[in-house]
Design a protein around this ligand. Structure first.
Ligand SMILES: [Zn+2]
Length: 146
């Protein structure tokens, strides 16, 4: 087992990241997607609140569960920072818009969005795209468009 430092393994890192990911999803679901829908400013305020909370626990917290409270609060901080970075990435997308003429002669609006992490979203206003029942929608216009 490879070590990252003295006694921390990649296996421990994987396990920890799974724990924080599960908590992130659970919390986001329980707050009805509040985490993903909150704005940048709210997220920054939340991060400041968590840091203040961390100070408060460290200085004034009960000694018997201090370590647990610090751990829980640090995970909350990690997940809020993660959300902040993802919101930032989503705001930093590249968008291309143009119109095309379909085989019926109708004009459709096309849109390609590319995110910094490589995710691509292709949309079209044609009926085929609109009524596409696939998990990720597509039509003949978006299909071969990379
Ligand atoms: Zn289309």
């Amino acid at each position: 087992m490879p070590y990252l430092s003295s006694n921390i393994t990649i296996e421990q890192l994987d396990s920890f990241q799974k724990e924080t990911k599960d908590l992130f999803i659970k919390k986001n679901t329980s707050y009805n997607n509040k985490l993903t829908s909150q704005g940048t400013i709210n997220n920054i305020i939340r991060i400041n609140d968590i840091i203040n909370e961390l100070d408060s626990i460290t200085i004034n917290g009960e000694t018997n569960n201090r370590e647990t409270n610090i751990r829980d609060t640090l995970i909350e901080l990690l997940n809020s920072v993660t959300m902040r970075i993802m919101v930032l990435d989503n705001n930093n997308y590249n968008i291309n818009k143009w119109t095309i003429q379909g085989s019926s002669g109708n004009i459709y609006a096309r849109e390609n969005i590319t995110y910094p992490d490589g995710r691509k979203i292709r949309t079209c206003t044609c009926p085929s795209y609109k009524y596409s029942t696939n998990e990720s929608k597509y039509c003949k216009h978006t299909k071969n468009d990379n």
